[in-house]
Design a binder for this molecule. Sequence first.
Ligand SMILES: *Cc1c(COP(=O)(O)O)cnc(C)c1O
Length: 217
Amino acid sequence: MTIAAIQELLAPTSTRLIAVSKTHGNEKILNLYDQGQRDFGENKVQELVDKQEQLPKDIRWHFIGHLQTNKVKYIAPFIDLIHSVDSQKILKEINKRALQQKRIIDVLLQFKIAEEDSKYGLTKEEGLSIAAAASSYVGIRITGVMGMATFTDNKVQVRQEFQRLKSIFDELKTTHFSNEDTFREISMGMSGDYPIAIEEGSTMVRVGSLLFGNRNY
Ligand SMILES: *Cc1c(COP(=O)(O)O)cnc(C)c1O
């Protein structure tokens, strides 16, 4: 699918497209860049750091993978949004590195909405307790939530999982962020399920293979 076709689908919804460029080379990224795309997502720190050094500086980089505490320092100087905060510990480290950089880093809380055990993510209760402590982290702004649905053809199940993420977002919003209009992002939807995600209130879809083709690991 072309980026223009996806942008056309997204246009009436105000959903932002994050082009997930992991494993793909700079040439392919520049090709989308030349068509106006500015938001790109990566899930490996070293790969992201290399690309950030080599590619245009007005690209907005999104970190979407599991983040280890000892690697936060490498992306803290430039990262635009970390989608994958899945513990208090990582939040603390991001806060520390943000303060060192004299930045405020935007993050999303990643919730586990899928059935599979392998997916990282917070339970709703863990998310609520992190949100309760959020104001003590002055180097961080929690701007929303992220989740990945189960990898399945069962559209009913996928829809229910996205609805669950939306309802967690709503609860966090009422309980902890009702005065903050910066808490507004719901990052959900990938190549296989982004149309459902948009119907269920996604504000950011993370699309990789549909734009770039299959990944060779
Ligand atoms: C790889 C990845 C995507 C993109 O997946 P596609 O199926 O290629 O669109 C989205 N989100 C996360 C967290 C990923 O790791």
